[in-house]
Design a protein around this ligand. Structure first.
Ligand SMILES: Nc1nc2c(ncn2[C@@H]2O[C@H](COP(=O)(O)OP(=O)(O)O)[C@@H](O)[C@H]2O)c(=O)[nH]1
Ligand SMILES: [Mg+2]
Length: 343
């Protein structure tokens, strides 16, 4: 029996996908349950939603019982949240300090960073949140860190280019994150890998976790490029992992820092949209940020939950065939488009 789901249901499901906090997720699931057409064809779906709701409520209760404050939960701010991951002394805190104005403890001994700390990184007209974290260890992850990672939009895996252990650390880090299902299996291009194994990894289906969230994308950055050994180490790393996209960086080199800002922006897969009121110039200072592939409807939704209902028409300057073209609600926007929404 077909489910015949309504636009109302799809809108609620959309809200669930956008939800970040447990509270938002619960709210969205309740809405889904409220508007889902009640008949045999949706029985299983209804059961599934109820199960997810129960699980989230339990999670929310656990949180409030433990006092409400969880240092490993970092509230999202800005255009995207990028969580740094790496072993001790690889330069995570220094990098966050160099890219943001955050004041962080930096020292030549390990475990200076005990809990996550965030700073905002300017990139052109937006701010991207960087989260510094306590390090991975030989035993794996410190308690709580997994939640911090899962909460992010993008991981920035940090290795120390000056260290002879950097290849080993990168491999360990990748396998740990795969094992914890934070990142998906992927062909990293290791030469010693057999051909059949590579094939298998490529065809690995995109799996989601129990909340319908996808595995996180990641970037790899090698720090301390100003060290004498770094260039040679990176040459070897590139030979052994030819398919790896490696961002080399140093707190001492402005250009490398700027390239990393840009790589981070692109990896976040976001677009910036400027809005204008009819007959007025656009506000070119503070763009709305949408996921790549975002539509007029997504833009309206991000301005206000009710906005899509009131929207009469929209005009676009930028990606449209001509300036000020009237477009439909499902028009896919591009980075730096200007949009006029009329109600
Ligand atoms: N020369 C150089 N030293 C760095 C760089 N980044 C970090 N360091 C040094 O590496 C050590 C560890 O840095 P820290 O940021 O605390 O590493 P974390 O444990 O990963 O947060 C400190 O002594 C830093 O001054 C860099 O780009 N160049
Ligand atoms: Mg640190």
């Amino acid at each position: 029996m077909p489910a015949n789901l309504t636009p109302q249901y799809h809108a609620a499901e959309d809200a669930f996908r956008r939800a970040v906090t447990v509270e938002e997720k619960i709210e969205a699931l309740q809405e889904m349950l409220a508007v889902i057409p009640k008949h045999k064809g949706t029985d299983r779906l209804q059961g599934d939603i109820k199960k997810r709701l129960a699980k989230l409520k339990e999670e929310g209760q656990r949180k409030s019982k433990s006092g409400g404050y969880n240092p490993f939960h970092v509230e999202k701010q800005g255009a995207g949240q990028v969580v740094l991951v790496g072993y001790p002394n690889t330069g995570k805190s220094s990098l966050v300090a160099a890219l943001t104005r955050a004041k962080l403890k930096i020292a030549d001994y390990p475990f200076t960073t005990a809990i996550p700390a965030a700073g905002m990184m300017p990139y052109e007209d937006i701010l991207i949140q960087l989260v510094d974290t306590p390090p991975l260890t030989a035993e794996g992850m410190p308690a709580g860190l997994l939640n911090t990672l899962r909460g992010g939009d993008l991981l920035l895996l940090i290795i120390d280019a000056a260290s002879p252990d950097c290849l080993e650390q990168l491999e360990e880090m990748l396998s740990l994150l795969r094992e914890k299902k934070v990142i998906r299996e992927q062909n990293t291009g290791l030469k010693e890998m057999g051909a059949s194994e590579k094939q298998e990894m490529k065809t690995e289906p995109e799996v989601e976790d129990e909340y319908g969230r996808r595995f996180l994308p990641y970037l790899v950055a090698a720090t301390k490029m100003d060290h004498a050994e770094s260039l040679e180490n990176m040459k070897i790393l590139r030979e052994l992992m030819p398919n790896l996209t490696l961002n080399t960086v140093s707190t001492e080199e402005r250009e490398l820092l700027d390239s990393l800002r840009e790589a981070t922006f692109h990896a976040l897969q976001i677009i910036r949209i400027f809005t204008k009121a009819p007959g007025k110039p656009a506000d070119m200072e503070t763009p709305f940020v949408l996921k790549k592939g975002g539509t007029i409807l997504d833009l309206a939704f991000s301005i206000h939950r009710d906005f899509p209902n009131r929207l009469k028409n929209a005009r676009v300057w930028g990606s449209s065939r001509f300036d000020g073209q009237t477009v439909s609600r499902d028009y896919v926007l591009e980075d730096r488009d200007i949009v006029e929404l009329n109600v």
